[in-house]
Design a protein around this ligand. Structure first.
Ligand code: FE
Length: 347
């Protein structure tokens, strides 16, 4: 046999093997950096017999990898943790819009991509997280920070701690502000944030909460699940930190607290498409939605799912008003926002 024929038959063997294995494998690229998700993957495998191979990276790393791999990419499902990135990946053509009656039924229209040309949907929000303000109860009152606009008040000078402006969680918050206030006022507001900073942006959301507890920061911005995690921690030091800070769900008397989504999509070049859709449908099921709520302290994105999370209940007092912007519009503003950040010197 000539070398090229050998190669051909090996290739045939491999593709026959992968065809045979097709119904039992799912390749996931995931930016969900939460160990509590493991139980969802194992539950899905137990229920379906489909083995999951997972690659973990951050949102940006996953998008770069998908682009580099192109049609050869083994990825079937993509899980990202932010609206801006989901939108970016959609626009870059990295997702395969799908039609699923189950997902259409479960996930509200404002928490998923706009319908694609073929009538399918490029991505679905699967859980939501609120971006809230925490404050030093000894220094400030709730009313000092009960709206995002107030983060720019001169009263907070030298007090604000926040992670990098270019982090997707902030790009999405600022993208939402751009929808509410318009670009001009948003840029002035961002300048106000820079003027109020206690320190140059560094660390993640948990570091901002710790900064408030230690007294280095008077106020900070964080996603709710980071605070809930500390409230429910078995480590007494975490609990002490959580007890020291006050939390505000901003803009209750106007447009509501900013909500971001973590979501999922089928990869453009997926080889196990049926399994991929099945997995996304599973993530929208009440069982998986409960894992998001109880495991990682997020809110279910699916309609009508009841859950019981003591930290979320304590934090909100039961209910709160959340922003109802189409989350895809928020993602769309990110380039504009990044330019504003560069102009006002928000690192
Ligand atoms: Fe996170």
């Amino acid at each position: 046999m000539t070398p090229s024929k050998t190669l051909l038959s090996i290739t045939c063997l491999l593709s026959a093997a992968s065809a045979l294995g097709q119904d039992k494998v799912l390749n996931i690229y995931s930016a969900r950096h939460y160990p509590t998700d493991e139980v969802m993957y194992s539950d899905f495998t137990k229920a379906t017999g489909i083995k999951i191979n997972r690659v973990d990276a951050d949102d940006a790393g996953i998008l770069a990898r998908l682009k580099a791999e192109g049609a050869a990419s083994p990825a079937d499902v993509i899980l990202l943790v932010d609206a801006a990135r989901l939108w970016r990946a959609e626009v870059d053509g990295l997702f395969l819009p799908i039609k699923s009656a189950k997902l259409d039924e479960a996930i509200p229209a404002n928490l998923r991509a706009k319908p694609a040309d073929n009538g399918g949907t490029a991505w679905f929000g699967l859980s939501t997280r609120a971006r809230v303000i925490v404050y030093d109860k000894l220094k400030f009152n709730k009313t000092d920070v009960d709206g995002y606009e107030k983060l720019a008040d001169a009263k907070l000078k030298g007090n604000l701690c926040i992670r990098s402006g270019s982090h997707p969680y902030n790009l999405s918050l600022f993208g939402a502000m751009t929808e509410h206030l318009g670009p001009q006022k948003t840029e002035a507001w961002l300048k106000g944030l820079v003027d109020n900073m206690a320190r140059s942006p560094k660390g993640g959301d948990t570091d901002q909460i710790k900064g408030v507890a230690s007294g280095e920061c008077g106020v900070a911005v964080t996603n709710t699940y980071y605070l809930a995690r500390m409230m429910r921690s078995s480590n007494p030091a975490d609990k002490t930190v959580a007890e020291k800070v006050g939390v505000v769900f901003p803009n209750q008397s106007s447009w509501g607290t900013h909500m971001n989504v973590a979501g999922g999509a089928v990869a453009r070049h997926a080889k196990n498409t049926d399994n991929a859709v099945k997995f996304l449908e599973y993530l929208a099921s009440p069982a998986a939605q409960n894992h998001f709520a109880n495991g990682n302290n997020e809110w279910p994105a699916a309609k009508g799912v009841s859950f019981d999370n003591p930290a979320l209940k304590a934090m909100t007092g039961g209910n709160f008003k959340s922003e109802l912007l189409p989350i895809s519009a928020v993602g769309m503003n990110q380039i504009k926002v990044q330019q504003m950040l560069d102009r006002v010197g928000f690192k």
